[in-house]
Design a protein. Structure first.
Length: 208
């Protein structure tokens, strides 16, 4: 194994990729459907992030373990079967222990099966790499997705409803910008945050 390969597999580099350089939402524009649909409240955004992290981590783990046994012709179908198994576990757990959250997130939990973030990491990373880096990649990308969801949800809920995690933060003087909790508002918030992340990346590159 070359030094370059070891560097690419370092935990620091993988977590840096997931959280900033290759953030699924801000960097790669993956998983946008759920990001815009459920990010009207921090609780929903955080819960969706945790669910995606759980599925992504375990899917990466099992796909890496089985990568030598999965025929290339059926790899996508095999990935979907593996992902669907973990999504079913998440869906049943939410319905059993957090029925209100399950109802609030609705179909977006089952739709994790076809989430571009998970399939992209399965195809581009877990299917080609050993277990340890694949597991770390799943955790880092999941955390990056979760952080992005929480940030988007925080802006939309605070400015669109005047609350945070369902608790009223801003007083009666504040007039909520209802537009921000609409689909159009989701695009506006996402665009503004992506511009901010891009600015930070460019600033860091200039320092390097």
């Amino acid at each position: 194994m070359s030094r370059r390969q070891k560097k690419d597999w370092s935990a620091r580099q993988l977590f840096r990729n997931g959280l900033l350089d290759q953030n699924p939402i801000f960097g790669q524009l993956l998983g946008m459907c759920s990001a815009l649909a459920v990010s009207t409240s921090v609780i929903n955004g955080f819960t969706m992030g945790l669910c995606v992290t759980f599925v992504l981590t375990l899917s990466n783990l099992f796909i890496s373990l089985l990568r030598r046994f999965i025929l290339p012709q059926i790899r996508i179908a095999a990935y979907i079967v593996i992902v669907a198994g973990f999504v079913t576990v998440v869906d049943l757990l939410l319905k059993a222990y957090f029925p209100s959250l399950a109802a609030s997130l609705g179909l977006f939990i089952p739709l994790i099966v076809v989430n571009c973030v998970i399939l992209a990491r399965a195809e581009s990373f877990a299917s080609k790499q050993p277990v340890a880096p694949s597991l770390l990649d799943g955790v880092s990308m999941g955390l990056g997705y979760t952080v992005a969801m929480v940030v988007i949800s925080s802006v939309r809920e605070l400015l669109g409803s005047g609350s945070f995690c369902g608790i009223r933060i801003l007083g009666d003087w504040f007039s909520p910008a209802m537009l921000l909790i609409s689909p159009v508002g989701g695009f506006l918030v996402l665009g503004g945050l992506m511009a901010g992340v891009s600015w930070l990346k460019n600033k860091r590159k200039k320092k390097e």
